[in-house]
Design a protein around this ligand. Structure first.
Ligand SMILES: [Zn+2]
Length: 440
């Protein structure tokens, strides 16, 4: 089966391409990339034509921070619905965090997830193993066994590793295995009982705050540890201005630190909490304007390497409660593209830079295939119309959960097609497949 993608603007940061290129897919791989109209002759005979007019053709996006809730919380999301949601958002690869039930702290859970995800064959699923057993922060997991089982990184995400001695040893293994440790940076004694950012808004609303120092102190500690141990630190969902500055300074000293930001942290401030919508509750919380500005500046100057969604599906039962009782987290896969394109329109990033942070940068940091449209690579591709305007409707999400603060937003940037290994896994036109979703 051959597919010829024609008439699009191809942006492939890994290979320095941005312009009018056609792309031929054969046997699931990128067979040829050439200037518009140049791929012709017998090579394209019988090829299905995919017209990408008005659209950008890019490597499929890679989200290194998602929670798919399986095993254990399938009522919120399953591997299947999570992968469908990823495909609809233009993502062809995701990395799932280990806070399932059971926690992914051993080979059998890793095997289970990988086997199930592969059988479904929707998008590429990579697995992150826990740093400590049951992510309880008491004892390290068998990180060697997890690595053999195929994990691409270690994290207790959702929970920070509070014990510095354990974290130091985790970095030592990280160095030995060449795999990053991803930290959810939060000093718990500073945030206990908190449900939003600490500041003027939390005071006005009478909600208990979570100060930015909680994030900053742990990043400071981890950088201090890393300086001696070596290994790799990847800072998850960075959200505070000081944290961005800490990572910037660590990078200036050539320390092996990378960082990600989630769209909600560069789009929303804690002002959004004023309506007490529990879909504005996440961890780290939405911060003040100066923090949002710092995150955007960090993305711009390269301090923040990648964009990751922290896709965290929750059931209405977990969200339709009082603000301080609601679960933390929002779904993000199906809103990431238009929110990221907002950065392009605001002049924070160029379009190729934005795509790089969703493709080749994550691939490089986590040593993954993908993120490139070089000839011979798997045909993991997203085709999106950057100008298509629409209103976000959570009822249209393929995710099982609808907890998004962006419902009703008028946005621009729409995924038209997503292909994984040359196979079409999502098309905007065919979104309403019969029986795919129950509307209630
Ligand atoms: Zn987290």
């Amino acid at each position: 089966m051959k597919i010829l993608i024609k008439n699009g603007r191809l942006i492939d940061p890994a290979n320095g391409r941005d312009g009018d290129y056609d792309l031929l897919i054969e046997k699931g791989k990128v067979q040829a990339v050439d200037r518009r109209g140049r791929i012709s002759g017998s090579g394209v005979q019988n090829a299905k034509i995919l017209d990408a007019q008005n659209s950008v053709v890019a490597p499929g996006f890679m989200d290194m921070h998602v929670h798919f809730r399986e095993p254990g919380f399938e009522y919120k999301e399953t591997l299947e619905t999570g992968c469908q949601s990823a495909a609809a958002g233009g993502f062809t690869s995701v990395a799932v965090m280990p806070n399932t039930d059971p926690v992914n702290d051993n080979r059998s859970v890793t095997d289970y997830i990988l086997k199930k995800a592969r059988a479904q064959g929707i998008v590429n699923v990579y697995v992150i193993g826990a740093i400590t057993r049951q992510s309880q922060g008491q004892k390290l997991t068998d990180m060697g066994e997890l690595r053999e089982a195929g994990v691409i990184a270690f994290s207790d995400d959702g929970r920070p590793v509070m014990n510095s001695e354990l974290m130091r040893r985790a970095f030592e293994y990280s160095r030995m295995f060449g795999l990053p440790c991803i930290q959810h940076s939060e000093m718990l004694d500073l945030t206990r009982g908190g449900c939003m950012n600490e500041g003027r808004v939390s005071t006005e609303l009478g909600l208990r705050g979570m100060p930015t120092e909680a994030e900053d102190i742990m990043i400071h500690r981890d950088i201090a540890l890393l300086e001696k141990t070596g290994g790799r630190l990847h800072v998850a969902h960075i959200s505070s201005a000081e944290a961005v500055e800490l990572v910037r300074r660590a990078k200036e000293r050539n320390l092996p630190v990378t960082a990600e930001a989630a769209p909600h942290h560069f789009v929303l401030t804690d002002n959004a909490v004023r309506g007490y919508d529990t879909n504005t509750k996440m961890n780290p919380p939405l911060r003040a304007q100066r923090d949002v500005d710092a995150v955007r500046q960090g993305l711009k100057d390269g301090t923040i390497d990648i964009i990751a969604t922290d896709h965290a599906p929750h059931d209405p039962v977990d969200k339709q409660v009082e603000y301080d009782h609601a679960c933390f987290g929002i779904v993000g896969l199906e809103t990431a593209l238009p929110l990221t394109l907002g950065l392009v329109r605001d002049g924070v990033l160029s379009l190729p830079q934005a795509i790089e942070k969703l493709t080749s940068r994550p691939a490089a940091i986590f040593h993954l295939e993908g993120g490139s449209l070089k000839e011979g690579k798997p045909a993991d591709i997203v085709i999106f119309d950057p100008e298509a305007e629409y209103i976000i409707d959570v009822e249209q999400f393929r995710s099982k959960s609808k907890n998004s603060p962006f419902h009703g937003w008028n946005v621009r940037g729409k995924v038209m097609h997503t292909l994984v290994g040359g196979k079409m896994v999502y098309s905007a036109a065919s979104k309403q497949t019969p029986g795919a979703r129950n509307r209630t």
